[in-house]
Design a protein. Structure first.
Length: 198
């Protein structure tokens, strides 16, 4: 029987087969899992801070996968690998590589041509990335960090504040974030851009 991590609205459940790839024995509560994942994510942040990154590097499938692996690789065996099951969100599992390649190509064009203002470019990328939902879990945190990296490394802007709270716990700020995501799904990106800088 799988572990019950007490998922909240907007979180993608990890199925039983994926739970078998937990690298830290003895975790039985969501709070324990969150703590280990957060430590790993902070290590990934340190890795990113010290690197000089070009648009071609950041907006590539290999970097996207490498970042996810850096974020969760000490906790989950499947970190950095595409999901092998369909979820309640995202493209079909077989479409992930094509959808991600198309997103990277589009984003590189947006950046080089100045199609969008920097914040909009980063948030568009984040929104499409989380909509593809490449990985079994961690897609929201990963896509937010990708937007932060784009803002910082490509435009020399401060990373986004994302409501100035941790978005993995149930809160009014998380509800506001999910509402902005749903508006972006419907084609209205402005609330998500505003939220990202709130």
């Amino acid at each position: 029987m799988g572990l019950d991590f007490g998922y909240i609205s907007g979180q993608t459940p990890i199925d039983e087969e994926e739970q078998l790839d937990l690298l830290i024995p003895g975790i039985s509560m969501r709070s324990e899992l969150d703590e280990f994942e957060q430590q790993n994510i902070e290590e990934a942040l340190l890795w990113v801070i010290g690197r000089k990154l070009t648009a071609e590097k950041i907006l590539s499938e290999s970097f996207i996968r490498q970042l996810h692996k850096r974020m969760l690789g000490e906790v989950w065996k499947w970190a950095g690998t595409y999901r092998k099951s369909n979820k309640n969100i995202g493209v079909d599992k077989w479409q992930i590589p094509v959808a991600l390649k198309q997103l990277c190509d589009d984003a590189l064009f947006w950046h080089k041509s100045g199609t969008f203002e920097p914040d909009e470019m980063a948030i568009r990328f984040k929104h499409r990335l989380v909509s593809i939902h490449c990985f079994p879990n961690g897609n929201g945190r990963h896509s937010r960090l990708m937007a932060d990296i784009i803002a910082d490394k490509l435009y020399n802007l401060r990373p986004f504040t994302w409501g100035s709270q941790n978005l993995i716990h149930l809160s009014e700020v998380r509800s506001e974030y999910l509402k902005a995501l749903r508006q972006a799904d419907a084609g209205e990106l402005t609330p998500l851009i505003r939220f990202a800088r709130s």
